[in-house]
Design a protein around this ligand. Structure first.
Ligand code: PLP
Length: 368
């Protein structure tokens, strides 16, 4: 018998979340961002549900090959462009569109021999200072690309650093707009947070939005808003079972470093899930968890293969009870991944991407 832990991927939720992106950006085309193996969900598992997107955006050339192998004939965008000159051969062969964010990538394109000119997305560093040409250097880069026979159409893109927070996007939009005002080409600016929070505001060009985290049902701006606020459903549930039960007397401690001491008599369940499954060790006592669909909390330290949950208020729960670490319980109760991430001092993105390879993953054919 395998350990009772498993991750479920919910195609219905992916498809509904994609529809939510469309509703937020009705005039835009939608990139389904499936980098990092679809944020840990598995590109092959997510593909059918996300085929309604206008294109797939990702980083890894192997992932681009995988999307083509799954049968996708539409646009694929390499968000960081190519990493070495020979990657351009794959772009030509598989008709991959690619970001161009630095002078080296233009040099490589200029030296690339191809019959098929490439569609490129010229990236501006409009303030995040990660990838891209500064506004001052952007036009010269555009002119260089425009002059190349290897380049077909040039689209314009940038990425926001604060779309989920108080600073917002206005300063980056202004920098982008000013430097691109009279340049032709489609625009792609908005990630999930910008799509949900800012797109309705005037002035955000959006021929293409890049929907990532929202597809997977996590709120990009938690805790200001939760997934329910945005109408998003979790696309991944991590479930396990209680494999042991302990009765505690006042003064008893739980787990490594005796990190939890019972102040009263308690009943706790030991769950087959630990940090080697991708559950964050940083989640301390009090992290929310569902047992048989009912909310309770963890107690003590998360160990490699197990963690403990408080069953004191759940008399019907015990050995074999279903435990939902995040996502939806079998009965439909919801525990947003964002709440667990917060308890670990991180974000839902990291938890879903860090699901450990040893956890069996099953596609939930029943939906939800
Ligand atoms: C360039 C780019 N576009 C879009 C996204 C999608 O972002 P999100 O998952 O916040 O929607 C990312 C994610 O990091 C990105 O790097």
């Amino acid at each position: 018998m395998p350990r009772p832990i498993e991750a479920l991927i919910h195609p219905d939720a992916l498809a509904r979340n994609l529809a939510r992106a469309r509703a937020a950006a009705p005039d835009a085309k939608v990139w389904a961002v499936v980098k990092a193996n679809a944020y840990g969900h598995g590109i092959a598992r997510a593909y059918d549900a996300l085929r309604g997107a206008d294109g797939f955006a990702l980083l890894d050339l192997a992932e681009a090959e995988q999307v083509r192998a799954l049968g996708w004939r539409g646009p694929i965008l390499l968000l960081e462009g190519v990493f070495e000159p020979r990657d351009l051969e794959l772009c030509s062969r598989l008709n991959l569109w690619h970001a161009v964010h630095c002078a080296e990538q233009i040099d490589w394109l200029a030296a690339h021999k191809t019959q098929q000119p490439h569609r490129v997305f010229l990236k501006m560093n409009s303030g995040m200072n990660r990838l891209g040409f500064t506004p001052a250097a952007y036009r010269a880069a555009w002119a260089r690309l425009e002059a190349l026979p290897q380049v077909d159409e040039i689209s314009l893109m940038t990425h926001f650093g604060d779309a989920d927070g108080a600073r917002g996007i206005a300063h980056q939009v202004a920098a982008f707009e000013q430097a691109t005002r009279d340049l032709p080409g489609e625009r792609s600016l908005a990630n999930s947070a910008a799509t949900l929070r800012h797109l309705a505001a005037a002035g955000v060009a959006a021929d293409w939005v890049r929907a990532g985290i929202l597809l997977y049902g996590s709120a990009p701006d938690f805790p200001e808003h939760d997934s329910a606020h945005w109408g998003l459903r979790p696309a991944m549930s991590l479930r396990s079972r209680v494999i042991g039960v302990q009765q505690l007397s006042p003064g008893d401690t739980v787990g490594y470093a005796s990190a939890f001491t019972a102040e009263r008599a308690m009943r706790i369940g030991i769950v087959a899930c630990g940090y080697a499954d991708g559950y964050p060790r940083h989640c301390g006592t009090g992290t929310p968890v569902l047992v048989d669909g009912q909310r309770t909390t963890t107690v003590g330290r998360v160990s490699m293969d197990m963690l403990a949950v408080d069953l004191s208020a759940l008399p019907a729960a015990g050995f074999g009870s279903e435990v939902t670490l995040w996502g939806t319980a079998a009965g439909g109760a919801l525990l947003p991944i964002d709440e667990v991430a917060r308890a670990a001092g991180t974000i839902g993105y990291e938890l879903m991407c860090a699901l450990a390879p040893r956890v069996p993953v099953r596609v939930d054919a029943a939906g939800g």
